[in-house]
Design a protein around this ligand. Structure first.
Ligand code: PLP
Length: 348
């Protein structure tokens, strides 16, 4: 496979994108009579900056990444969808990913009519790089790897991912939604060196801003350019831009909360290990624990009846009788443990 541009679908390459007058205007204060906005009710009467320049400057400074290497989406979910739309020809191309992993890759592939191939993780949830290679062919346009992986919680080794980058000619997407909870280095520093590597991050997890919907894709200019070309013009709204600017000012606060969540995770892990229905607690680099219990349906129903909602992941490959527990506040974790202790007495 050739350059990034040669991987782009022909209809997308040939597309003349929608362009607003605001796309072409660089200044701040002008008489704006171009977009049929209401002149009253400022400031939200105006469409947001379609290129999100101010926010990108901030992210660029924080992450030491050039602005041309940043795409901002309505959550990382938008970036996932746009990557598929840009690079995968429906009915011809395919996507390879690991199983189990984050469910939206498959959903986005299906919506776009693109074959989705799942390569099982090893029994210890490690990457089976040989099987990924065998599962790929000349029509594989994207490989999605989630690290730390959802729902298993583990990260994949640098050497494994690096190995895939060596032979794979398509776009390798490393989804780092949970990277802040891990002490392993992420792949962001690699994007300058690897022209077909995309790293996804989000404000939804460590930054505590799932409600504003802001996802980030970092990659080579040609990849970012095509994502910008096909995105809805004003995909990031003004309120999100404003809140994201404020949020990114508070990195120390974010780091403190991350530390607290990791402490709570480790404490919860210790307490769960003492419970008789718990069979196994998988190591986690994320803000959740995957826990194997004696009967996941029963535990899930018991917790639901106590108004505690966890995720039953029993149907996921290799996750028989597993529930995924997001790390909450100290109080929430206490309530969870209390309910689990009652489960023990009620079922004994
Ligand atoms: C691995 C992974 N990627 C992406 C997302 C979604 O991120 P966003 O909220 O930025 O769309 C999630 C959400 O749970 C996730 O687990």
């Amino acid at each position: 496979m050739g350059s990034v541009n040669s991987l782009i679908r022909k209809n997308v390459r040939d597309l003349k994108p929608y362009s607003s007058a605001r796309d072409e205007y660089e200044g701040e204060s002008a008489v704006f009579l171009d977009a049929n906005e209401n002149p009253y009710f400022p400031p939200l009467n105006r469409y947001p900056d379609p290129r999100q320049r101010a926010l990108k400057i901030k992210i660029s400074d924080m992450r030491s990444v050039n602005q041309d290497n940043i795409f901002l989406g309505n959550g990382s979910d938008e970036a996932i969808d746009l990557l598929i739309r840009a690079f995968c020809e429906p009915g011809r191309d395919n996507i390879v990913s690991i199983d189990p992993s984050y469910g939206m890759y498959e959903v986005a592939a299906s919506i776009n009519g693109v074959e989705y191939r799942k390569v099982p993780l090893k029994d210890d949830f490690g990457l089976d790089t040989l099987a990924i290679r065998e599962g790929s062919d000349s029509n594989t346009r994207i490989i999605f790897l989630c690290s730390p992986n959802n729902p298993t919680g583990n990260s994949f080794g640098y050497a494994d991912i690096n190995g895939i980058l060596k032979w794979f000619g398509g776009i390798l997407v490393v989804d780092e939604a949970y990277i802040d909870f891990s002490d392993k280095p992420g792949f962001l520093p690699e994007i300058d060196l690897r022209e077909k590597l995309v790293v996804l991050q989000t404000l939804s997890k460590a930054w505590g801003r799932a409600g504003i919907r802001l996802g980030m894709a970092f990659g080579n200019e040609d990849i970012i350019r095509v994502m910008n070309k096909i995105k809805p013009p004003y995909n990031i709204n003004s309120l999100t831009i404003r809140e994201a600017m404020n949020t990114l000012e508070k990195e120390d606060e974010k780091n403190k909360r991350v530390e607290q969540i990791i402490k709570t995770r480790n404490k919860l892990s210790g307490k769960l290990a003492e419970l008789p229905m718990v069979r196994r607690i998988y190591p986690s680099d994320a803000n959740f624990l995957l826990v194997q219990v004696d009967d996941a349906d029963a535990v899930y129903n018991h917790l639901s009846a106590n108004n505690i909602i966890v995720r039953n992941r029993s149907q996921a490959r290799g996750c028989e009788n597993c529930i995924r527990i997001t790390i909450g506040t100290g109080k929430e974790v206490e309530l969870l443990l209390e309910a689990l202790n009652n489960y023990r007495t009620e079922t004994n």
